[in-house]
Design a protein around this ligand. Structure first.
Ligand SMILES: NC(=O)C1=CN([C@@H]2O[C@H](COP(=O)(O)OP(=O)(O)OC[C@H]3O[C@@H](n4cnc5c(N)ncnc54)[C@H](O)[C@@H]3O)[C@@H](O)[C@H]2O)C=CC1
Ligand SMILES: CC(C)CC(=O)C(=O)O
Ligand SMILES: [Mg+2]
Length: 352
């Protein structure tokens, strides 16, 4: 069972190190981890954010553990050389189109949410975000407008196959949960969203047990803080899902807590091939200081064990150790505590 470990930039290597320590401590037989450069670190060493060798190591693995990419030194590079292209490239090249971002309040952390504890305590949702299309992958560029103004453009589009396959993931996810699906779009303004809504309604006929609701994204952002407990599965596109999941993280308590799985359809001998990463970025403002919360990456490793390696019991062990660590009050600065990155990792190891 091969895990490709791609730490990346900023806090990426710091949080990935803790997740790797957790996997090692489980003492699972037959696990091989192979590290490869990605992002700004790869650009600086090899001239490209996603070197062909890294992509190959990722492709040949059963699952990828990804830290984060992004480096302020690289912000003025041509777009195709910027660190962020590495994660976009991996998602696209490996057809990882379904991004699952669970958001649930951990017992004892209700008071650490940006919301009132009684509102936060009810949060238990999964955001199912499409990952291979939308405005992130449309034609883009700069041009000169008729009046001589500089103009930037990014084309937003979805075709029906792209919507249909992610809609199926959303409905299947809902079938395994409370059977409520909220599809988030902006169909009152955008044709892309109108198609999205039409296709979701078509797919819904195959899942009569699931209660389907549609919500405009502006309202969804508001409902996410007003009554987040009402959401079960949120199905949405690439851009809206990116934004709403960062928002959901603060409803739960910290962006340092939210894990994610990016899945496609490819099955390996052990499970579904996928990439696992915290929802946060490289956090240059705290990088190198031992302050990053590694929980999101540790929880991403648990998702890897469950979905890509078929090791549900090991995943349960990791998730239980994380929950116990938080319940025992071992909290990083992002949650008002004082534990550093390694200290949080040590606390999880001690509770495995
Ligand atoms: N998947 C990826 O690799 C992603 C990469 N990025 C990149 O990361 C860089 C920084 O982007 P930002 O917008 O600042 O987003 P960010 O998620 O890196 O940081 C936002 C804020 O949250 C804090 N934060 C993030 N993760 C944390 C953790 N584990 N523990 C404690 N605090 C944490 C940061 O200190 C910062 O104040 C950019 O280059 C961006 O493009 C952003 C999001 C995802
Ligand atoms: C860095 C971007 C490419 C993506 C992002 O912010 C995310 O996937 O959460
Ligand atoms: Mg994001």
């Amino acid at each position: 069972m091969k895990i490709a470990v791609l730490p990346g930039d900023g806090i990426g290597p710091e949080v990935t190190r803790e997740a790797v320590r957790v996997i090692e401590a489980l003492g699972l037989p037959g696990i091989e981890m192979k590290e490869a450069p990605v992002g700004g670190a790869a650009y600086k060493a090899y001239g490209h954010p996603l070197p062909a060798e890294t992509l190959e190591i990722a492709r040949l693995s059963d699952g990828i553990l990804f830290g984060a990419v992004g480096d302020p030194d690289c912000d003025s590079l041509e777009r195709h050389l910027r660190p962020e292209q590495a994660i976009l490239g991996l998602r696209k090249e490996l057809t990882l189109f379904a991004n699952l971002r669970p958001a649930k309040v951990f017992a004892g952390l209700e008071g650490h949410s940006a919301l009132r504890p009684e509102v936060a305590g009810a949060i238990d949702m999964v955001i199912v975000r499409e990952l291979n299309g939308d405005v992130y992958f449309g034609e883009k560029g700069f041009r000169t407008a008729a009046n001589g103004d500089r103009e930037g453009y990014d084309v937003m589009s979805y075709n029906e196959s792209e919507v249909r396959r992610i809609a199926h993931v959303g409905f299947r996810t809902a079938m395994g949960r409370a059977k409520r699906l909220c599809s988030v779009d902006k169909a009152n303004v955008l044709e892309t969203s109108q198609l999205w809504r039409d296709v979701v309604i078509e797919v819904a006929r195959e899942y009569p047990e699931v209660t389907l609701e549609h919500m405009y994204v502006d309202n969804a952002a508001m409902q996410l803080v007003r009554a987040p407990g009402k959401f079960d599965v949120v199905l949405t596109g690439n851009l809206f899902g990116d934004i709403l999941s960062d928002q959901a993280s603060m409803c739960v308590g910290s962006i340092g807590l939210l894990a994610s799985a990016s899945l496609g359809e490819r099955q390996t001998a052990h499970g579904t091939f996928g990439l696992y990463e915290p929802i946060h970025g490289s956090a240059p403002d705290i990088a190198g200081q031992g302050l990053a919360n590694p929980m999101a990456t540790i929880l991403s490793a648990a998702m890897l064990l469950r979905h890509s390696l078929g090791l549900a019991a090991a995943a349960d062990r990791v998730e239980a150790a994380v929950a116990r660590t938080l319940a025992d009050g071992v909290l990083g600065r992002d949650l008002g505590g004082s534990a550093g990155t390694t200290e949080v990792g040590d606390a999880v190891l001690a509770r495995l």
